[in-house]
Each structure stands twice: as structure tokens, then as C-alpha cells.
Design a binder for this molecule. Sequence first.
Ligand code: NAD
Length: 543
Amino acid sequence: MYALRLLPLARPAHRVLSPHHATRSLSARASRVLSALDLPTDGSLIPGMYDGQWGGSGAVQKSICPATGEVIGQVQTANVEETQRAIQATKGASILLRRMPGPQRGEVMRQIREALGAKTAALGDLVSLEMGKIRSEGKGEVQEFVDICDYATGLSRSMAGRVLPSERPEHVIYEIPNPLGVVGILSAFNFPVAVYGWNLAIAMITGNSTIWKPSPTTPLCAIAVTRLIQPVLERNGLPGAVAALVCGDVAVGKEIVGSSDVDMVSFTGSEKIGKEVGKVVQDRFGKALLELGGNNAVIVDKDADLQMALQAVIFAAVGTAGQRCTSTRRLYLHRSISAQFISMLLKYYDSASSQTTLKAGDPLDDASLIGPLHTSGAVKLYEDALAGIQKRGGKVLTKRSGKMDVGMGGNFVWPTIVRPTNDDPCWTTETFAPILSVAEFDTLEEAIHLNNAVPQGLSASLFTTNIQSMGKWLGPEGADCGIVNINVGTSGAEIGAGFGGNKSTGWGRESGGDAWKQYVRWSAATVNYSSKMPLAQGVSFGV
Ligand code: NAD
């Protein structure tokens, strides 16, 4: 195995840790981003586990830049025993945290917000470098973390239980929220910072410690975030395991999911893995919060403002190269405006190249709007999906599809519009790539039926100017998703509302709204301040 000497934070980031690994020099592009966060630029091994101490002696994970294929970092992950140790440390830390008054936890959260705020641009660039989303989206993702810290700080003084009237004289009923203990956070590659942020902020403010297993392909984002949080915890006399980190792959994830010392597992990822995770957590009667795949539709009705719809669809279908859980994958067009709207879309899609308005290229270049897919495996899934649609009789409507050469290697593909056959399986599955499937409808009822006729239930949007259609869309006969928008695209939610989806998207809610209520154990407490012992419902039990 690899010889690892740990890297204390105070050491210069470029220090050579292991002669076997410290032989490479990075591109100036990657070095600039990593140095801004004090991450090594010489290929030395980076400890990928933190439970108060940095360490890790599991397998080495390579972080690969999706835009260039360059190895930008090597991370020594946690092994199974170390994961168990970290879980125990997190459990111990939860006892200290739950004793801390909520508003004091709020003050710690405010300081975390400041630490993140000071590095928003640098961290955003790391998201772009490691995940591949464009610069403004990388920064936007960190901003979401900052925003949820603000929200959580406020929540620290307002998380309210309830006082309820009792039917018995001189009795009162309270509903009381208390911390759960340990929240395990398993996150997906496509939001390597924000998803953790939503969970950390709400879990911590409600008095829980956390243990985070990030995606195996975005360990550097996780390490950088944890390094920003670490000094804040230390300054406030809190153990590091209040926000533990275990980089690793499936085995590490399974340790967390299966551990009865992890009171709640907040899992963000695919439906396939989420189903497994949900069953394992259920089997031990733990709590699971599942945020799984989406298959999101936009409906453009005959009375829609087409220019607005166009902007929204392009951002949600092409943005993040189709790699948001909320990306638009299905587009239902009223027959009367369909041809016009498709030609408006194609004007943009067919102009997309490294030279034109919908510019594809280095996500770190401010002018780029289309970045790469995250891995070469994702390119293959994109290609297979397109081949399958065409084999089954569907058509590609865009001039170009397939791999795109922007002159820097990487996993770039052409955003593609397709017209699959009506019964094509692509309508009901999430392909995590910029493929937009189009079909027509004649009535709003039919469009709503099409929107709802898939297993997933994350996000849906209706473009209309008709108030009756709006009412229908939002009501009991309307869209069945967790996010139901009008004249706003399917992606780009704000943190104020609860975020999550229904059906096979997992029914979880994170972030704002009432999401915090899932991170606590609720007790209903009836208190008798009389000198009698009456029973509820007038029951008489003559003693
Ligand atoms: P994924 O399911 O492949 O992996 C998610 C996480 O699970 C990773 O950390 C992975 O290492 C871990 N994992 C894999 N097998 C495991 C197991 N058996 N036990 C425990 N952990 C295991 O997902 P991904 O490819 O990283 O992310 C893309 C998916 O995430 C898409 O389906 C997307 O829609 C979804 N997503 C959903 C939301 C949401 O809020 N609904 C947000 C972001 C992403």
C-alpha cells in the first residue's frame, strides 16, 4: 500500500509527502485553482479522512478533471475500520453538540458562513475544475451553501415545537424537537458542495453531528470544504468529528448506511443506489432521507410567452451539461406552437460550438456556457441513449450529436434534441446528460398526464399565461412533483423552500421550508399540572 505522512493544515500545501506520488507537476490552470485553497499541486497524497485528525489508509482515489482528463489530485481514502472509528468519533461529538444551546450553534454556523464567504470564488473554481460545471454555476453552488448557513443561523433561534390544548383540565401538550444524534451524508458528484451544505447546516443547527462521504470523483471539493470548517470548530472548542469526512467508495458508503450508530442517512444519488440504501436503513429501523433521480418535464402551452420559455428550457436542458437532478429532460409542446418553438430552440442548439453564442469550452473560462460531462462513462451512457432512441425509430433533431471536440480533450458532448417514439423507454428513465426529448400534446389534461406518467417526481414547469391552467397545474389534478413551477424552468431552486421530489425521487426534503423537521426526533409530551389523574377520551379506570 501507499506510505502516507499526514498533512497538517499549517504546512505549505506544496510539501512533498511521498516520493512515490510527488513526481508530477500540474497544469497552470489546475495549479491556480488548487493553490487558492492550499491544496497540493505536486501530486502528493492528500489525506481524505477527517474526524478531528486528518488521515486515511484506504485506496488512493484519483481526482480527474473532466474538461481535460488531467489527474488533479490523489486522495488517500478511509478504509472500513477507519470509517467505523470516524462514526464513533462523530457519535461522541454529537453529545457535546446537543448540549450546546441552539443559538450558540447558530453562532458557529455564522462563522462557517464567513469562512465560506471568504472563499466563495476559489471554491467555486474548484467545483468547476473537479466536477466540470461552468464558473458561474460553480460559484452559485457555493453561494447556496452560504445562503443555507444564513438560513440555519436564523433557524437556530426559531426552530419551534408546539404547545397544544389538552382535553383534560390543567393539562398541556407539547411537541418537542430534539437532536437525533449522527446524520450520515452521502452525496452525488453533480453538487459536490451544495448538497453537503444543505445537510450540514440543517443537521448541525438542529444539534446533530455529521459524517460525510462524498462522491468518489469529487474528493477535493469535500476536503477543501472540510478544511474551511475545521478551524471554525476548533475556535469554538468543538471536536472536529462534529463534521467528519470519510472519502471513499461503495464500501465506505455501506459502513455508514449499515451502522446503527448513524441515526439518519441523508442520501443523494441515483434511484438504483438510493433504493438499496433505503432498504438497508429501513432494515435497521433507521431514518432515511432520499434525494434521488429526476426526469423533469417542461410543458409549453399554446398561450405561453415563448421567449421566456425558450430561455428557461435552454438553461435547464443545456446548463450543467444536463447534469442536474432538476435538468429538463422532457419537453411537451402544444401542437399549435410546437414547430415554431422547436425551430427557436434549434437556432441555439445548432449554433453551439466553441466559437458561437452557446459556447462550449473550459468551464473555468467565463465565456463558456457548456462544460463537459463528468466522466468518460457518462459520455458512453449519453451515446448509448442516443443510439437506442434512434434504433427504436426515434429521430435526432439537432444537426450535431455525440462527442464534441473543443480542443482540450475531456468529456464534451453536443446538447441534443430528440423526438423518440411515444413508447420509448427513454421517457421514463433519467439519462444524466444533455438529451432533451420532445413530444406534442393537445390539451393541458393530456400534458399533465404525460408529466405524471413517469416513476420520478422531482421538478416540473408549466409555461402559460392562463390563470385557470395555473390553478389546475398546482392543484390536486395537477403535477405530482416536489417542485411545481409556473413560467420558471425546472432547475435552479432557491434554498428558502424545502427541496426534493416525490415517488422514485425518494420523497425527501432538504434545505429550507419544513425540511429541518426531519433532522430531529419529535416527542409529544403531555404535562399534568393539576392534582387529579383524568384519562383521555373520558375513559374511566376505577382506581
Ligand atoms: P450514485 O448513486 O452513483 O452515487 C451517489 C453516492 O452513493 C456516491 O457517494 C457513491 O459513492 C455512493 N454509493 C454507491 N453505492 C453505494 C452503496 N451501495 N451504499 C452506499 N453508498 C453508495 O449517484 P451519482 O452518479 O454520484 O449522482 C447522480 C445522481 O444523483 C442522479 O441520478 C441525480 O439525479 C441524483 N441527484 C439527485 C439530487 C436530488 O436532490 N434529488 C441531487 C443531486 C443528484
